[in-house]
Design a protein around this ligand. Sequence first.
Ligand code: NAD
Length: 476
Amino acid sequence: METLDTPIAAASAPFDPALLPELFGRLKTRSEVLRREGASERIARLRKLSQWIENNRTRIQQAMYADFRKPAEEVDMSEIYVSQVELKHTMQHLAQWMRSRRVGTPLAMMGTKGWVQPEPKGVVLIIAPWNYPFYLAVDPLTSALAAGNCCILKPSEMTPATSVLIRQMVEEVFDPSEVVVCEGDKDVSTALLKLPFDHIFFTGSPQVGKIVMRAAAEHLTSVTLELGGKSPVLVDETAHLRDAAEKIVWGKFLNAGQTCVAPDYLLVHEKVRDKLIDEIRAATRRLHDPTGEGVQQSNTFARIVNKHHFQRVSKLLEEGQRLGGILEMGGIVDSSDNFIEPTLLAEVPVEAGLWKEEIFGPVLPLRTYSTLMEAVDFINDRPRPLALYLFSRSAENRRYVLKRAPAGGVALNDTIIHLMHPELPFGGLGNSGMGRAHGRYGFDSFSNLKAVLKQRVGQTSIKLLYPPYTPKVKQM
Ligand code: NAD
């Protein structure tokens, strides 16, 4: 019987950039055919993808277990389920999204009709990260295909088993003149970025986001940048502390903290600091160490993806402690296993790297505040976050924070789950990105929203403005 650690047969096949011009030409030609298709052909493509995912659940689980021991249940929830939600929502609404959108007619345009007609952009590039290596490839692919584009997809080289699986999936599901996977590292990305794509959808770090945007500028290609950064979680004095602690623990330690919208740091009102810490300890035991043998022995907790990131997060933790941070929970690191224990570090001085760089691991620095203004100023002194979490039972406090702290998305009294809502746009601002993904917003990102105005033959609304100019026109 196959288990999660059954060895995975196929090897990664880095793409040969010399083949790119011919490949790109093939997709470009085909994209003119896709442009003329209706909703049913696009839905058929999405349905095949959804069925493949349903039929290959074990292969998907095995790939991510091989890559970073991601627990099968987490794969089910945060890779497969969310992909299927996006696919099903898109299939259900696509015909409506594709329809022309009538607009109103102002007095000066009397007699005309105006509408917005979404059309495919053409050939698009998707560059995916490693942290949700399957979902973050399938999710934008769903929107790209829904919008009627041909697509080249480059998965992350850091999760090689999932990269191979994504290539196999695409080969099994799609026509090679419509969707192609180019496996490889930044050299393959660099070669891809030289091509004149009609849109680039990049998910990854802000540093590489800048490289992508610079390359896109060469061809004036539009971009969606889904980046990362430091997402704060704020717990005020009115919060339900047990509830807040459990949701913070779940959101922070899911995928071992390697989530773009993971709570990066915790701001807590000074009056409830100690009680919240107790609740976080208790919630971590309940969720990740129910037998008391230690989180490392449990089967609920992923590993850091590779040695480089293991050392990076370990160093941040070590520096935070050296500068005076108080270890309130966790702290065990084991390099033989790329394991870092769920860790809570209080009173970390602001000069520590933990406050500066995106942590992307299971270490949560904590800081107390006495006024909401102070907490909001602390957040706003840093680059714009992708997500902001507020735990509060005070409507006044919620309004205060929502009005004053810009963020890509907000969850009130929860973490992470706003990104699972298919009707909500997902994306960042400033350092956390630009453009929007998911559902109708993802469809629009991969579409050209063509503006169309229909005039009556032999008439125009602006005849008065034609030359020769009368004194009346000159007065305008
Ligand atoms: P990364 O930027 O290192 O890599 C992302 C992709 O870019 C990979 O496919 C990689 O091969 C490619 N790449 C790397 N260097 C490149 C270069 N010089 N030129 C061109 N391409 C290059 O990011 P990562 O480490 O895979 O992912 C972690 C980051 O992604 C974190 O910052 C996280 O917050 C962010 N992220 C954001 C979202 C979101 O939806 N906003 C989701 C997941 C991850």
